[in-house]
Each structure stands twice: as C-alpha cells, then as structure tokens.
Design a protein around this ligand. Sequence first.
Ligand SMILES: Nc1nc2c(c(=O)[nH]1)N[C@H]1C(S)=C(S)[C@@H](COP(=O)(O)OP(=O)(O)OC[C@H]3O[C@@H](n4cnc5c(N)ncnc54)[C@H](O)[C@@H]3O)O[C@H]1N2
Ligand code: MOO
Length: 404
Amino acid sequence: MSGCDQPGLLPVEAALERLLAMADAAPINQTESVTLEQADGRVLAEGLISSLDLPPWANSAMDGYALRLADWQGEPLPVSQRILAGTLPSALEPGTCARIFTGAPLPAGADVVEMQENVQLGDDQRVSFSQGMRFGQNVRAQGQETKVGDCVLPVGTRLGPIELGLAASLGADRLVVYRRARVAVLSTGDELIEPGQVLGPGQIYNSNRRLLCAWLQRLGCEVIDAGILADDLQLTRDALAALDDVDLILSTGGVSVGEADFLGAALREEGELALWKLAIKPGKPLTFGAFRGVPVLGLPGNPASTLVTFGLLARPYLLRRMGASKVEPLGFPMPAGFVWSHAGHRREYVRARIENGRVVMHPNQSSGVLRSASWAEGLAEILEGKTLAEGDSLRFIPMSEILG
Ligand SMILES: Nc1nc2c(c(=O)[nH]1)N[C@H]1C(S)=C(S)[C@@H](COP(=O)(O)OP(=O)(O)OC[C@H]3O[C@@H](n4cnc5c(N)ncnc54)[C@H](O)[C@@H]3O)O[C@H]1N2
Ligand code: MOO
C-alpha cells in the first residue's frame, strides 16, 4: 500500500472487477429475435454470419466507362452498352467499352473503369482514354468487403446505427439479441419531491430518478420507475417485494452513515448487504446486496456521485449482465490545463472540457452539482496519490463514452 492509500477504501478497479464477476454469475441468458428497427442498443446473442458476398458482384466505383485494359491501344473505342445500377449487363464485346454508372455491375470481360472526367467523347461517340490506367482501377471486386460465411458481428456486440446498417447490407431483417435487463429505479430521501410540485421547506427535487431512467433507456434496459421509497420499514419491504421480477433494483441515496436507513435494514433482514467504501470521488459509498435473491445496487445520492458511480460501475455491470463484451468506456491521454497540487486518497473524476487541446476543469466540483456535469464534455481521471502540473498527461473519458 502506498503512503497515499487510505486503509479500507476499495480501489475502483477492484470494485469493477467484483461487480463484473457478479454480473458474469447472473447473466441474462434469455434471447429474442427482433427486427432491425427494434434492435438499436441491444446486445447480439447470435453472431451474424454473412450469407452472401459483399458486394455480390464486381461493380463500378465511378460514373464513367468500363473496358478491358488490354483493348486500349490508343484508338478510340465505341460504346457497346449502357449499364445502370440495378441492371444486368451482357458480356463486354471485345474492342469496345461500356457506359457505366456508380454501383452498376461490371460486365464480364471488363477489368477497369475510367471516370468520365478523364475521357474525351468524339463526334462519332467513340471514347478516348488519355490518362494512364491501372488494372482493376475503380472496380469494387466481388466479396471485397465480406465473403459468404464471414462472422461479421460477433456475439456480445452492442448494436448501434452502424451495426444495423451493416446487418441490412447483408439482407438480415431480424437479429437474435439478449432480453433487455429489467431495472427498477428507486430514490430514497425524505427531502425529495417530484418536479412539478411546489417546493416545501427543506425539500429538493428528485433529479436522480430522471437522470437514471433516461440513462438506463439509452443502455437498452427496460426501466421500472419505482418512485420514492417511503421512510418506513414495512413500506420499504412491501416496495421491494413488489419488484420480484426485475434483474436489478437500483437505488440512490441513503448509503452513507445516515440513521434512518430502511433500505439497508430490509436487505439485512431478507437478503444481504455489503457496504463498500470506494477510493473514488465523487461516489465513495456504494452498496451491493440482494432482496429475496434480486440484486440491489445502491448508489450515493449526491447527483454527481450518482453520475460517476453509475457511469463507471453500474453501467459496465448492467451491460455485462446483458451480454455485452465491451463494457468499459474508452479514455485517452490528454494534457492537463490546470494544476492539481493536493494528492488525494481517492481517484477523482473531474468534470472537464477540452479547450485549446488541454483539459480544463469546471470550478465547481461539488458532489451535489449537476450543472458542471452538463457543462463538461467528459471526466478527467486523476489517480489517487498524484499531483499534476500543467501539461501533465491524464486520462480523459468523453461523456459520450459513458452515456450510451
Ligand atoms: N459522516 C459521513 N457523512 C457522509 C459520508 C461519510 O463517509 N461520512 N459520505 C459522504 C459522501 S462521500 C456521499 S457521496 C454522501 C452519500 O450520501 P447518501 O448516499 O447516503 O445519500 P443521502 O444522504 O441520501 O443524500 C446525499 C445528498 O444527495 C441528495 N440526494 C439524494 N437523493 C437525491 C435525488 N434522488 N435527487 C437529488 N438529490 C438527491 C440529498 O438531498 C443529499 O444532499 O454522503 C456524504 N456524507
Ligand atoms: O463521494 Mo461523495 O460523492 O464525495 O460526496
């Protein structure tokens, strides 16, 4: 342990490893066949194997003229056919060229396409090719992208617009995906009321509920909005018992050392509860447990802590349960545009932006503040025990890497 480690704080990697191990132990195995329209954001449960070559036949990459290179000896060539995309050409007559358009099938016998800008059309409609031509130029060979039998998308791929376009290009109209994870979102806290109501003394609006519900939907989960947990043990038990068909109960708030922790009490009674203290800021307290066999993940209630722990821990956990192979966000090294002089015990995820090629941080990094997260383009990772001078390298994780 280095001098900067705080005894008892669980490193972020260790917490993620534990969560992923728990996800691996409780995979959502059920699959369903969905149309491409329904497949966005889902995880592939059966690899997509190509049943055709792509392109299925050689075709032209340009609007121009197709010919056999050997036929061009300096004498203009007559045009023997006109080939539009979607038509079937006849074999190229020797000593001629064919008018051809982008995407149209190459006639048998042709081996090059010259773009129309590079040819001269004589008064007799014969074509002269003045530029030097290279064998195979502007020809897209059959199967150059994909061959019959290729595994184009492996099991575990998260489907997005590109994958759906790719599946469509192979003629697939349905894909087999894992069932969506059913996630119940619970908020705890007597101070919470919902937007639209009049704020009373000591009350705040529930922001975590909307943040998490919207985020979970983006991740391809089915969201069960379980509202605000009542401040009463029996009502808490009843609320949890009603969520017996979900894959995860995700709660926020009440995970630190507060006194009225009915969620914790209910879990201790009828399940299990592990209280973690993570070496992460924001987001130190996190709980993982179960109620009557249903996993429960308790995130800290401070909105920025909810954001960071959901993005870096709960999101990979849920994606893994839904079978995704890539679950961790990409980050890339960037020079710091600020000084970090106090080495901390916890790994900090700073709400930051990139300006003039450097990472700049928002002045308000309070765990209670969401506005700086909305300003931010990403999270800048400052490792525990580290100080930074301007220009030192840090890892920058774009928000887009965790939000979808
Ligand atoms: N004595 C200690 N106090 C605290 C510790 C500690 O170690 N010892 N840890 C602090 C840290 S770090 C965090 S993070 C928070 C975690 O708090 P809880 O998860 O127990 O959450 P609450 O106390 O219920 O709420 C914290 C904060 O967030 C607001 N909140 C809660 N839920 C929502 C919601 N759905 N929407 C908007 N805002 C919400 C709540 O009003 C509080 O202001 O504990 C520290 N304390
Ligand atoms: O971990 Mo807490 O989120 O620092 O305030």
